[in-house]
Structures are given as structure tokens and as C-alpha cells.
Design a binder for this molecule. Structure first.
Ligand code: DC
Length: 212
């Protein structure tokens, strides 16, 4: 029963990688960004003030964990709002128990603070990153496929703003855990990144296995 913690920047490929790793190791997967996106959606629907911690925490309490596969959560505006609600410690506190409970049974969790805050004792920690221009290129083609009409430059600007907020917030900022393994996916296909991750994870798990 292993816990694999995957953190990284927006559009670095961490979500796709996490899903593939969960299937490979036969572990449940939790995309923790969806919790923040669902919180943001509820806050927006209720005209809550995204800078008001109590209102955003109330939105987090209203999440239905069974409705996290709602495809509208993937939109650009909800992602940007998710980054804003996620700065509030009260919101992060509301979402903590669900994530800890999920990880207590073993699984692959991806997000921004998995290796640092949610699962500091994870068996393996990965940190996924890529050059901003490459991440913007990927996100731009994803948004275009959803029918959203944004230029590459707009996507790059939003991504830079999101990186800034996620890395510089006071509570649980995005950072590389001291024992995380960095994978830069700038020049890697999804398949190649997956191969690199599996080799790394297998080596870490083998080194930790008893009777060695
Ligand atoms: O991974 P994502 O794009 O779905 O995440 C949306 C936002 O949610 C992200 O900009 C910051 C926040 N988030 C967080 O603060 N902590 C996490 N573990 C996951 C996401």
C-alpha cells in the first residue's frame, strides 16, 4: 500500500502522469486540484467574494466529493478562481481531512502541497515541471479543444500569474520537497515522462522494501 505524491506547476503534465501511474501501480488516484476547482465553482455560483476566507471556506464545506468529475471544472476561469481560493488557510483546512483520509489507504495524489503538507511521509515524491512557454503551448491547445478562444500570449500571461500565486502564497506554497525527485517534461512526451517516472518509483520502492 504505497503513497505516491506528485506536485508540480500548472500544465506540467503532472495530472496525466498521475493518472497513468495510478493505473500502472493499481492504486486509486486523487487530483487534488479538483477540490480547489470545485470550491471555486461553488464560490462563483454563489457570488462569494474570492478574497473572503470565510465565504470560500463555506464553499469548500459544500463540495460533493462524488461530483469531482464534472467536466466544467477544467475551464480556464475556474482554474484561475481555484488558485485564488486556495490561498486561504481556512479553505485548505476544510479540504485537509478528505485528502488525508484518501491517502491513508494508499494512492497517487497530485497537486501543489502533497509531498510537503498532505503526505509528508509519502513513499515516493515527484516534482514535475517544464518551461513556461512549453506549458503554455500545451494548455493553449487543450483550451482550444474545449472551444475557449484565447491567444497563446494570453495563456502564457495567465500561467505566469498562476505560478506566481501558487509559489508565493503564505500557506502551503508550491515548492519542491527536500526528498522529491524532479522530472522536467519540457522535452519529454507523456510516454517518455511515464517511463522515467516508473524507473524512478521502482528504484525508490525497491530500496525501501524489507529483506533487502
Ligand atoms: O492543478 P490545478 O490546475 O487543477 O489546480 C488549480 C489550483 O488549485 C492551483 O492553481 C492551486 C490550487 N491547488 C492547491 O493549492 N493545492 C493543491 N494540492 C492542488 C491545487
Amino acid at each position: 500500500m504505497s503513497v505516491i505524491a506528485i506536485d508540480g506547476t500548472f500544465a506540467s503534465g503532472k495530472g496525466t502522469l498521475a493518472k497513468k501511474l495510478a493505473a500502472h501501480y493499481n492504486l486509486p488516484h486523487l487530483d487534488t486540484g479538483k477540490l480547489y476547482r470545485a470550491t471555486a465553482k461553488i464560490a462563483l455560483e454563489n457570488n462569494f467574494d474570492l478574497s473572503n476566507p470565510a465565504q470560500c471556506a463555506e464553499a469548500a464545506r459544500q463540495i460533493d466529493p462524488g461530483a469531482l468529475d464534472d467536466p466544467t471544472l477544467k475551464s480556464g476561469p475556474i482554474g484561475a478562481a481555484a488558485s485564488k481560493v486556495s490561498i486561504h488557510p481556512a479553505v485548505r483546512q476544510e479540504l485537509l481531512d478528505f485528502q488525508r483520509e484518501f491517502s491513508s489507504k494508499g494512492g497517487v495524489l497530485d497537486g501543489r502541497d502533497i509531498g510537503t503538507v498532505i503526505c509528508p511521509d509519502a513513499d515516493v515524491k515527484l516534482y514535475i515541471d517544464a518551461e513556461p512557454s512549453e506549458r503554455a503551448r500545451r494548455r493553449h491547445s487543450e483550451l482550444t479543444s474545449y472551444g475557449e478562444d484565447l491567444s497563446f500570449e494570453q495563456v502564457l500571461e495567465q500561467l505566469t500569474e498562476r505560478d506566481e500565486r501558487d509559489k508565493n502564497r503564505a500557506e502551503a506554497p508550491l515548492k519542491i520537497a527536500s526528498d522529491a525527485h524532479l522530472i522536467d517534461t519540457t522535452n519529454l512526451s507523456i510516454e517518455r515522462a511515464f517511463d522515467v517516472a516508473v524507473k524512478l518509483i521502482d528504484a525508490v520502492l525497491a530500496a525501501k522494501a524489507p529483506n533487502k
